[in-house]
Design a protein around this ligand. Structure first.
Ligand code: KIV
Ligand code: NA
Length: 266
């Protein structure tokens, strides 16, 4: 189990082995999923919602992303680690984009950055790729565009919108992206993109035909029930496990059962 790089991720598209990716924002989660041999870890700006309690990802700052990326990197993951560029860290101009991407790599230790958008952000992707930082694209349902989309809605249902998304996917690849996240799009469109692109597609709510899959760890553990989109599968009830442990602790302390002699010093 050696260190995975972007080359391994790209080879997986050729060999047909599915790429597995999950979010992590901290050391313990990164350790656990890395020990399970996850292929890639995303330090997502979803941290603002599932960890920080915000309503959407817009308030997340570059400094917060650096803090979480550093925490993940301390697990020395074998997985390929991608950090999200948060809202307003790359939209203003190319200098800002380069500087903030560089900070995520230099101060955070990220091995690639991810940013949202298609054709309109191609120059930005190119600018960051030109400084030798791998860029992962992200198109379809892009959460930083929540106010334009009017909520988190599946994108590309209408033919005309689907055509534009296909053009976005090609533009992102043409700009030099090393992979692209496809979020919240119909499975047929995601299949078409996966077939037409030479870079790996990593889907979330984009059906089974993508080269890889990504989900938010808190969602698969049942730790965040703010909204549970259709594409999330819950693999464990960690919220229930935590609540049970906390309730037991409270009950034992109240009754004077904890700490017992075994948990005390003579
Ligand atoms: O921030 C995030 O977790 C993401 C994934 C959902 C793709 O961008
Ligand atoms: Na994100």
């Amino acid at each position: 189990n050696r260190k995975k790089t972007i080359l391994d991720i790209q080879k997986m598209k050729e060999s047909g082995e599915k790429i597995t990716m999950l979010t992590s924002y901290d050391f313990p989660f990164a350790r656990i999923m890395d020990d399970c041999a996850i292929d890639a870890i995303l330090v997502g700006d979803s941290v603002g919602v599932v960890f920080g309690g915000h309503d959407n990802t817009l308030p997340v700052t570059v400094d917060e992303m650096i803090y979480h990326t550093r925490s993940v990197m301390r697990a020395r993951p074998k997985a390929f680690v991608v950090a999200d560029m948060p809202f307003l860290s790359y939209q203003t101009d190319l200098r800002d984009a380069r500087l903030n991407a560089g900070r995520l790599v230099k101060e955070g230790g990220a091995e690639a950055v991810k940013l949202e958008g298609g054709a309109h952000i191609a120059d930005t992707i190119r600018a960051i790729v030109d400084m030798d930082i791998p860029v992962v694209g992200h198109i379809g349902l892009t959460p930083q565009s929540i106010h334009r989309m009017g909520g988190y809605r599946v994108q590309g249902k209408k033919d005309e919108q689907a055509q534009r998304l296909l053009e976005d996917a090609l533009a992102v690849q043409e700009a030099g992206a090393c992979a692209v996240v496809l979020e919240g799009i119909p499975l047929k469109l995601a299949k078409r993109m996966t077939d037409e692109l030479t870079i790996p597609t990593i889907g979330i709510g984009a059906g089974p035909h993508c080269d890889g899959q990504v989900l938010v760890i808190h969602d698969i553990l049942g730790l965040c029930e703010k909204y549970s989109p259709k594409f999330v599968k819950r693999y464990a009830d960690v919220k229930g496990a935590i609540a049970d442990a906390v309730a037991s602790y409270i009950a034992e302390v109240k009754k004077g059962e904890f700490p017992d002699e075994g948990h005390s010093f003579n």
